[in-house]
Design a binder for this molecule. Sequence first.
Ligand code: NAD
Length: 248
Amino acid sequence: MSEKRGRLKDKVAIVTGGAGVIGGAITESFCREGATVVVSDLESSKWSDFLGSLDIADPDKVKFIEADARDDKEVKSLISKVAGDFGRIDVLVSTVGGSKDALIHKMTDEEWDSVIELNLRTTFLACRAVVPQMRQQEYGKIVLISSRSYLGNIGQINYSTAKAGIVGFTSSLARELARYKVNVNCVVPGFIDNPRLALMAEKYRQMRMELNPFGTAALPEDVANTILFLSSDEARQVTGQAIHVASW
Ligand SMILES: NC(=O)c1ccc[n+]([C@@H]2O[C@H](COP(=O)([O-])OP(=O)(O)OC[C@H]3O[C@@H](n4cnc5c(N)ncnc54)[C@H](O)[C@@H]3O)[C@@H](O)[C@H]2O)c1
């Protein structure tokens, strides 16, 4: 556990898709820096096991709200519950995302639509819901998650399109919100070590690792540390940026 510096002391953060690999690392690092974290994800039944697996000194600082990030009503209700309970929302990290790979001539409508929806529409819905609160309080940090795949990847037309969309979305929203002292940035992770890697053929593991200038897989904490910086006041003059982690 790294030293606690209170960089998010008394801040209230929402992490959508927070019960995933990167979401868990974000939750740990935010708690360590003094935030209250509201994790939102699909299945509340899995939450207590997941929370138990995290390295968190005070589990009472983490709340869980079940919400489907693709559903506008559920997202609005999540945001209004957090704003009502805590009186403010300082940080939104939208991590919901995922891929369904296929070459374009084999890609189904469902594979296209669902990946655009899961990565891009969820980002739009979460931001649209939280912006009125952040505008009103004249403070906020929004961090979105793209992927190195936005630069192009065979078999990922749907995913790379959605993740490229997040880079443009970030740039536009940052321009809309700077006047309200709201920062909007995204991180662009490359190859991140996670339990799913065990399922990947060695040839593809190697190919992915070669895209990292350090020639290795990064850890979820490497992404979380960058998100922590972008969510803190240390980054108050950083907005509209796409920050690569484990890629270039
Ligand atoms: N892990 C990597 O190597 C990597 C690399 C680049 C980008 N990314 C991006 O980082 C983000 C997080 O990735 P991860 O590896 O932690 O993924 P993950 O699959 O471990 O976590 C995603 C979480 O989102 C939740 N989720 C899925 N659909 C949802 C919905 N409709 N509503 C609410 N929650 C939902 C899942 O239950 C899961 O807990 C994603 O956007 C992913 O595209 C990951």
